[in-house]
Design a protein around this ligand. Structure first.
Ligand SMILES: Cc1cc2nc3c(=O)[nH]c(=O)nc-3n(C[C@H](O)[C@H](O)[C@H](O)COP(=O)(O)OP(=O)(O)OC[C@H]3O[C@@H](n4cnc5c(N)ncnc54)[C@H](O)[C@@H]3O)c2cc1C
Length: 444
């Protein structure tokens, strides 16, 4: 809901009346997924407290490409569960008494006792999505949906944030970029109605043209790949499903307690303080907490299904480990996928109705958005200060903060939900400190 504020900004010039279009916002956020939703909550809670703290209100606006709040809706597969504890919600770790905790959501939905009886830390993704949407509806925030940020330009005292709808660019003292990750396809793969990345699986399946071959293939060995295999196997009960991956078999995700510490807020300090070789070593040791790994119960479930088909001598689930896609040819009628088994060098051609690439994501590229502000000496791994402020090619009066895309500096939790509550609080604190500094120098 667009909110037009007429109270003080953080500009450091005291309480002034706003001309909402031209006075810079204190914060403009790119994206309104969980990360900037977490920030919007931290901002709203800060503003609600200003009468008590004597602090200043801050004015924020967010730009979101989607037409409404949504969290990876293409992968909201029935039965899939969260891979982090519900306590790593948008607020608890920053403020356990916040009105935006998952526990308060349950309470408002009159499901608290039922959830407790469920005895789980890992709600379904559908329920967590409902929680996130509830929080997005509840928080008082100015969100401009259905348009995208196309550029961020430095104008001295403020940034101009231009949007694709051609509206007057938003002015911002600080920008918080939280655009998430970009789906990654292997080189040479062209998306079509029958060949696509898993991130929009449900929409793609709905729009799938006629299915003549009763066969699907899923490329990849991570959690999403295994979930897609299971979903296709359930949804198309007379179709074959082939999982294709370079590993010999799916590997289990390490969610054991000590390994999980890599996602703790304190681990961000450790990671940030570490030298480059130590950072690389830690990321490599703990890859199996997040990358190319599958929750053990799902591995066991898929194995159980495949084994039952062997017993019944009625196979339609096939795991093709140690295998690669050697060639792919798609037309309106189907997709011919040439799969090569590495050890034996044997190749098969599978004619499929669709091939799903669950081949991961990459950080959002920043160069195009930031133009000459972007320091392209370390593409994909820019310098970032501990408070998540991007080091730009030249100094700017305000900050461009990153929520996500900082795994190389802040560690494994960078692209996950784990640390959103704390990180949002840290970014807000940094902006408050920067603004207090501006106020002090303006007053002197
Ligand atoms: C299927 C799936 C399941 C996952 N499950 C978990 C999990 O259980 N636990 C966990 O910790 N992590 C999980 N993740 C990781 C995931 O990255 C985080 O859950 C979370 O989405 C990060 O939030 P975000 O706001 O940073 O990014 P996103 O959720 O990707 O949100 C970014 C938003 O920015 C918008 N946007 C992008 N570019 C622009 C632009 N130029 N202008 C305007 N808007 C823009 C996008 O439309 C999007 O809404 C999962 C990821 C996937 C794909």
């Amino acid at each position: 809901m667009p909110a037009v504020s007429s109270t003080a900004t953080l500009s450091g010039r005291g309480t002034v009346a706003h001309h909402p279009d031209r006075d810079p916002f204190d914060i403009v956020g790119l994206g309104f997924g969980p990360s900037n939703l977490g920030l919007a909550i931290a901002v709203a809670e800060h503003n609600a407290d200003v009468d008590r703290t004597g602090d200043r209100r801050i004015r924020a606006a967010f730009v979101e490409s989607k037409s409404e709040f949504g969290w990876h809706t293409g992968m909201l597969l029935p039965g899939t569960t969260m891979q982090i504890s519900f306590l790593k919600d948008l607020a608890t770790q920053r403020s356990a008494t916040s009105a935006f905790t998952f526990v308060n959501y349950l309470s408002e939905k009159s499901r608290l006792s039922e959830f407790i009886n469920h005895q789980t830390f890992f709600p379904t993704r559908l329920e967590f999505h409902d929680y996130l949407r509830w929080a997005a509806d509840k928080v008082e925030a100015d969100v401009r949906y259905s348009t995208s940020v196309v550029s961020i330009r430095d104008c001295g005292d403020f940034f101009e944030v231009a949007t694709a709808d051609g509206e007057t660019p938003l002015r911002a003292r600080h920008v918080v970029v939280a655009g998430g990750l970009v789906p990654h396809l292997p080189a040479g793969i062209t998306e079509s109605d029958r060949v696509f990345h898993n991130h929009r699986l449900l929409e793609r399946l709905e729009a799938l043209p006629e299915q003549r071959h009763r066969r699907f293939a899923v490329v990849g060995a991570g959690q999403s790949a295994a979930e897609v295999v299971a979903h296709l196997h359930e949804t198309f009960p007379d179709a074959e499903v082939h999982g294709i991956f370079a590993r010999y078999g799916y590997s289990p995700a390490d969610d054991s307690p000590y390994a999980n510490r890599i996602f703790d807020p304190a681990a961000v300090d450790d990671f940030y303080a570490a030298d480059e070789p130590v950072r690389r070593r830690l990321l490599s040791y703990h890859r199996s907490t997040n990358y190319s790994c599958v929750d053990l119960p799902l591995i066991e479930e898929l194995y159980r299904r495949e084994y039952a088909e062997r017993v019944a001598d009625d196979r339609r689930l096939f795991m093709r480990g140690a295998s690669d896609v050697e060639a792919i040819a798609a037309d309106d009628a189907g997709v011919d996928l040439t799969v090569r088994h590495g050890p034996t060098r044997h190749t098969d051609v599978l004619t499929c109705d669709a091939v799903v690439y669950a081949t991961g994501f990459r950080p959002m590229p920043l160069g195009g958005l930031l133009g000459d502000l972007y320091d392209d000496r370390h593409p994909g791994a820019p310098a970032v200060t501990r408070d998540y402020r991007l080091v730009t090619r030249r100094p700017t009066s305000g900050g461009i903060y990153l929520q996500g895309g900082t795994e190389h500096t802040h560690g494994m939790s960078s692209s996950l939900l784990s640390n959103i509550a704390i990180r949002s609080g840290e970014i807000l604190d940094s902006i408050l400190r920067a603004s207090a500094g501006t106020a002090a120098s303006a007053a002197s």
